[in-house]
Design a protein around this ligand. Structure first.
Ligand code: NDP
Length: 296
């Protein structure tokens, strides 16, 4: 199997380099790759790449993920999150290749009190969410064979993440304030990458199972409870770390005004994914504990 991986150095892209390796020949590109164009601000360059490589599977982990920045650069966000994924879909359709793509809980407005299902109506609150939704629709409307995994609160051991920020702040300050009215599920980039590889294999035998799926670790939390978990784990496993913070104060979203609005309820119902692919999604704490063990 020939696989084209785009966005290879992002959180998910980095883990995909590992998980896809067992499936076949992987050509992995980033926006500044020199052999082939992997720059999503150049859709025609990316089109040429697909035409030259003729992959069996395209896995797209590239995106404009800076949620607040996207509010002031909507054209770039649209290019990266919708236009170029649409070009990938056109070319995948031409080749009969699979396109695997990631989308987000931010396609929803967060107003429901239940975990969101694939059949629920999206209503994005931000440019990021809106452009990601446009990307999904471009792929679906192209008619190519595709798999779209909507996920949430992604973290990886590599690069910056929420847990690392909390650990740093807890070493600097005695009191932290963390939002407690946004609900979601932290999901490891490694988990997403492993599921992607599993599902690509499954789709070779069961192509009728392509489509849109919600994919996140199990359970639910708030940013506040997530921070508490991170600091408690660090205290228990690394007492020498000297965390100064004695209080993590819960605050509403309004305490941290940001350019982009975020949904209060980001929880995704993953029943469809677990049933279709015979998967068990582990509790979010399992992946976070593993990541903390790696970084502490
Ligand atoms: P990252 O931001 O870690 O990765 C995105 C990658 O795209 C980065 O390597 C980034 O490079 C790259 N990129 C930026 N501009 C371009 C460009 N012009 N051309 C090509 N690549 C470019 O995101 P994640 O790995 O976390 O996200 C993977 C997928 O999951 C995305 O589709 C995202 O929308 C989705 N998702 C992510 C969530 C999250 O919490 N992170 C939540 C829900 C969904 P650089 O870093 O150098 O800018």
């Amino acid at each position: 199997m020939n696989i084209l991986l785009l966005g290879k150095n992002g959180q998910v892209g980095w883990e995909l380099q590992r998980s896809l390796a067992v499936l076949g020949q992987v050509t992995a590109l980033d926006f500044d790759s020199s052999d082939y164009c992997g720059d999503f601000s150049n859709p025609e360059g990316v089109r040429d790449t697909v035409r030259a490589l003729r992959p069996d599977v395209i896995v797209n982990a590239a995106a404009h993920t800076a949620v607040d920045k996207a509010e002031s650069e909507p054209e770039l966000a649209r290019l990266l999150n919708a236009t170029t994924p649409g070009v990938l879909a056109e070319e995948a359709g031409r080749l009969g290749a699979w396109l695997v793509h990631y989308s987000t809980d931010y396609v929803f407005d967060g107003s429901s009190s239940n975990p969101w299902r694939e059949t629920d109506a999206p209503a994005p609150l931000s440019v990021y969410g809106a452009t990601k939704l446009e990307g999904e629709r471009a792929i679906q409307q192209s008619g190519c064979r595709h798999l779209i995994l909507r996920t949430s609160w992604v973290y990886g051991a590599r690069g910056g993440n929420f847990a690392k920020t909390m650990l740093r702040l807890a070493q600097e300050r005695e009191r932290l304030t963390v939002i407690d009215d946004q609900w979601g599920v932290p999901t490891g980039a490694d988990l997403l990458a492993d599921i992607t590889a599993h599902v690509i294999r499954h789709l070779q035998q069961h192509p009728q199972d392509g489509g849109l799926y919600h994919c996140a670790a199990s359970g639910e939390t708030t940013w506040h409870a997530y921070a508490e978990y991170v600091l408690a784990y660090a205290r228990q496993t690394q007492p020498a770390l000297h965390l100064k913070a004695t209080e993590i104060a819960p605050v509403p979203t309004s305490a941290f005004p940001t350019p982009a609005q975020r949904p209060h309820n980001s929880r995704l119902d993953t029943t469809k994914l677990q049933t279709a692919f015979g998967l068990v999604l582990p509790p979010w704490q399992q992946g976070v504990a593993r990541m903390l063990t790696e970084i502490l």
